[in-house]
Ligand binder design. Structure first.
Ligand SMILES: [Zn+2]
Ligand SMILES: [Zn+2]
Ligand SMILES: [Zn+2]
Length: 447
């Protein structure tokens, strides 16, 4: 059987060919929005400013728009890296400031199947525990799983699993984190032998953090924290070991009382901390890449939870694993309780209770997404005006009117998807090529 071309696709292609700026116009619009999945169609209010213009949707989630998520990830990487190495308006002096990379984990809410490997060997999931649980289910598992196995993250006994605890932990992570930053500052002041106000005058704690969803549906935080001089003329020694100690203590000190059942809520005891040495720029780049990768994820890998849940019925129609379904349902149920009204859990059932930002940073970390976007928009507009032949004397700040969302017809959708795939194949090839030259950064992606 040959390839069947849909009649609607064919009609669309013919329509675009026959339009004012033809197929070339389509290709140009596609490049200008990097073949976004659902671009916003805009028309300049002045005809001198050219014809229709496609603006990328800008969604950060890879499951919604791969192209815009990739751009977001690149921006996130630039933003993290500028806080480590300088650049984008940040002084290179920043390189000598001590930096700690920390992973704050969630505690256990019950045994789940795991993919365990050591020295390249895959080990049994959960050996050892004798006898069944109170529900008659096995408490040990001798199976071996690869990382992508569907069972990884699913509990051995869903009835033993503390679903409410897991959802409330996710919901309280932003507050836990806020307290960790306050406590870490307090610890630092003490370690330096300062009062808090003396400390604040001398030293600033800056950070950037991202959220990672574990397969078991709870959050880990990846944090890059840096000590800065608060005053330009400060001569105080900035000490990375003190920073690491202050954070470690803070993570262990901070806990909250659950507004639901009065239980203590805190981060898990597993804490990974490493000092990022100035002398190891490759490792710093790796960390920036690692951190920015999480900025484009959703709470599940398939994108079933990449948008809000509107009703119990909406939830029941989503194709989820039993475990993620039960977490989302638990958030939905808890969302009806008056004592938890301040956590709006129904509104955040699709993120399994978590309602913070996926990536946050303190004011002084480095530059901002807004700065990076404005820089790109300016560059793009300059190039656009150049291609349509607006000369400098004539250059105007165009105003746009909204026309619609998405590609114009099935033909454009079909070819836009294809172009997007090609674009990613080329990017992948470039990345593989460049990864063999460690000292070179990947080229800026976009246009
Ligand atoms: Zn997009
Ligand atoms: Zn298992
Ligand atoms: Zn059980």
């Amino acid at each position: 059987m040959g390839t069947m071309v849909d009649q609607a696709v064919l009609d669309g292609v013919i329509e675009t060919y026959g339009s004012k700026d033809g197929w070339q116009g389509f290709e140009a619009r596609g490049r200008s929005c990097s073949w976004c999945r659902e671009p916003i169609r805009l028309r300049p209010s002045s005809s001198r400013a050219g014809s229709e213009y496609f603006k990328a949707c800008g969604n950060r989630r890879a499951t919604r728009c791969r192209s815009c998520a990739d751009r977001y990830r690149m921006d996130a990487r630039v933003l993290v890296l500028a806080g480590l190495d300088g650049g984008k308006g940040i002084s290179e002096e920043i390189r000598s400031y001590p930096v700690v990379f920390a992973t704050l984990t969630a505690p256990s809410f019950g045994a789940v199947h795991r993919s365990v490997s050591r020295d390249g060997r895959i080990l049994p999931c959960r050996p050892g525990m004798k006898g069944p649980c109170v529900h008659g289910r096995k408490r040990s598992c001798a199976m071996t799983y690869g990382h992508h196995d569907k069972l990884v993250g699913e509990p051995l006994c869903p009835d033993c699993y503390d679903y409410e605890g897991a959802v409330l932990f996710n919901a309280l992570v932003p507050e836990l984190w806020r307290r960790v930053t306050i406590t870490a500052r307090r610890n630092l002041a003490r370690l330096y032998g300062f009062t808090q106000s003396e400390f604040n005058e001398e030293i600033r704690l800056s950070f950037v953090k991202v959220v990672e969803y574990q397969r078991r549906g709870v959050i880990h935080l990846h944090v890059v924290a840096r000590l800065d001089h608060a005053r330009e003329d400060s001569s105080l020694m900035l000490n990375g070991s003190l920073l690491a100690t202050a954070i470690e203590l803070a993570v262990n000190q901070v806990s909250l009382v659950s507004p639901h059942d009065g239980a203590f809520v805190s981060f898990g005891s597993q804490l990974d901390l490493q000092l990022l040495e100035e002398t190891d720029p490759i490792h710093r780049r790796k960390v920036a890449g690692y951190v920015s990768k999480y900025a484009t994820k959703s709470s599940d890998d398939e994108g079933v939870l990449d948008r809000k849940i509107r009703s119990a019925e909406d939830l029941s129609h989503r194709n989820l694993t039993p475990h993620l379904r039960r977490l989302a349902e638990t958030a939905w149920h808890l969302g009806a309780l008056p004592e938890l009204a301040h956590l709006p859990l129904r509104r955040w059932a699709h993120t399994l209770g978590f309602r913070g930002h996926w990536m946050t940073k303190s004011r002084c970390w480095s530059t901002t997404f807004r700065y990076l976007r404005a820089e790109r928009a300016q560059w793009q507009e300059g190039r656009r005006q150049q291609t349509i032949g607006v000369d400098d004397s004539d250059r105007l700040i165009p105003r746009y009117a909204f026309v619609g969302i998405g590609w114009k017809n099935s033909g454009e959708v079909f070819f836009a998807r294809q172009r997007q795939r090609e674009m990613f194949e080329i990017r992948q090839m470039l990345r593989e090529h460049l990864s063999s030259i460690p000292a070179v950064l990947p080229p800026p992606i976009g246009a």
